[in-house]
Design a protein around this ligand. Structure first.
Ligand SMILES: Cc1ncc(COP(=O)(O)O)c(C=O)c1O
Length: 431
């Protein structure tokens, strides 16, 4: 029995996150990882890879970073969970308030979906309204009904649960304005990632802020990916637009499970005990203040203060993007294979077929060939510990992979080159 077969017998999908599933990888991808250090990972079959996946954009300093692991171990040896608050949770909340512009309070959870969904509940409680507007162009915002119900994989989500969430189009302010018009006086919040690989169009975030203010809705930034990656101080520092609430998660603790909902005191306090309004049941989870996660987050913040992590992520990501575009140009396929974006810390890879259409088969082929040269690149997530040897190996792998890609463009097909099925979209209705 293969590892995949064994895993799929006892875990639906064979993995605990759909984006780690076997339908997301080329046939020659490692079935499982057993260990990581810095920017490298080791597979169950013994192969070693330069890792650009980094625990789904989560491990931004590097795998098994000693100072962070030590802090987490020290904490867990003193007990992982207690039935009253601990100084660690207050310290971490104080640190976030100090670091992130415009927030006064924070509450912890274990994943980004919970933090985003809590933001929406809080916004509904504070405004007394029920509708929310979300970025319908976002690949992912939450596992919860308000988001999943609007994707093709919405089996099990009742229509009633999604009817109160309305998708708008990123960078299209008019699409948001229309929804505010159609549901006048009913919108509690607008939620979106402030940016992905591209900067927002001029005036888009400012326009959202103005629409929210004009209509009495709250603006929520999903900073699960941008937090601790583009800046330590919140996307508002980059774009000059302040949300009322924000959610952070990935990157906050170098892979340890912790997320946070943070925001202005006058909004967050509705989740507290010092008011006479109806209470809002805000993010109350057994493991939200697990001690090792809090200690890892504090150690991560200390690491960022001691090292230029943000600058390094930006430089490394730009090098990787350039390795891909340079190799593509050398192979004569610059029009078909490229990587880049406005932020070095989060470059996107574009794989087109011979007709210049986005192609999952070509994307799979490129990854398949990189894997043969020891590079695991489902997407590009740079970490502080990716160094010269990882970049050199990636450059060489890209040269090789681009040559094979060029054959596919020349033959107008991946047939005979692709060794298994192309990756499938996570958000699809049928297997
Ligand atoms: C932008 C964004 N928001 C929210 C989430 C959900 O985070 P989590 O998987 O921790 O629930 C993700 C996860 O990939 C994400 O990319």
């Amino acid at each position: 029995m293969t590892f995949n077969e064994r895993a799929s017998r006892v875990i639906p999908g064979g993995a605990h996150t759909y984006s780690k599933g076997r339908d997301q990888m080329p046939a020659n991808a490692p079935e499982a990882f057993v260990r990581g250090k810095g920017g490298r990972v080791w597979a169950l079959d013994g192969r070693e890879f330069v890792d650009w996946g980094m625990g789904i954009n989560n491990v931004l300093i590097g795998h098994a970073e000693d100072a962070i692991d030590q802090a987490a171990c020290d904490a867990l040896r003193q007990g992982q969970n207690f039935s009253r608050p601990t100084p660690r949770e207050v310290e971490l909340a104080e640190s976030l308030v100090e670091l992130i512009d415009g927030i006064d309070m924070a509450k912890f959870a274990k994943n980004g979906s919970d933090a985003n969904s809590a933001a929406l509940r809080l916004a509904r409680a504070v405004t007394g309204r029920s509708r929310v507007l979300f970025d319908g162009s976002a690949p992912f915002l939450a596992i919860n009904d308000w988001f999943i119900g609007h994707t093709p994989v919405n089996a099990g989500v009742p229509g009633e649960a999604t009817a109160l969430a309305h998708p708008f189009v990123y960078d299209d302010l008019a699409s948001v304005g229309r929804l505010f018009g159609e549901h006048s006086g009913e919108v509690a919040a607008v939620i979106l990632e402030p940016c992905r690989e591209r900067r927002p169009a001029a005036g888009f975030l400012e326009g959202l802020r103005a629409l929210c203010d004009a209509h009495g809705a709250l603006l929520v930034f999903d900073e699960i990916v941008t937090g601790f990656r583009y800046t330590l101080h919140g996307a508002s520092r980059l774009f000059g637009v302040r949300p009322d609430l924000l959610a952070i998660g990935k990157g906050m603790a170098n892979g340890y499970a912790i997320s946070a909902l943070a925001g202005r005191r006058d909004v967050m306090h509705r989740g507290g005990l010092e008011h006479s309004d109806p209470r809002c049941f805000l993010l109350s989870t057994t493991n939200g203040a697990e001690q090792s996660g809090l200690a890892a987050a504090m150690a991560t913040i200390a690491f960022y203060k001691a090292h230029d992590v943000i600058g390094q992520l930006d430089r490394t990501g730009r090098e990787v993007a350039s390795a891909i575009t340079t190799a593509a140009a050398q192979a004569g396929i610059a029009d078909f294979l490229s990587a880049g974006g406005d932020f070095g810390c989060r470059p996107a890879i574009a794989c087109l077929d011979h007709q210049k259409q986005p192609s999952a088969a070509h994307r799979t082929l490129f990854h398949q060939e990189l894997l043969k040269h020891g590079v695991f690149m489902p997407w590009i997530c740079p970490s502080f510990r990716h160094g010269l040897s990882e970049l050199d190996q990636t450059r060489e792998a890209c040269v090789h992979a681009a040559r094979v890609y060029a054959q596919a463009i020349e033959c107008r097909s991946v047939d005979g080159l692709l060794e298994g099925p192309p990756v499938k979209p996570v958000m699809r209705r049928y297997n």
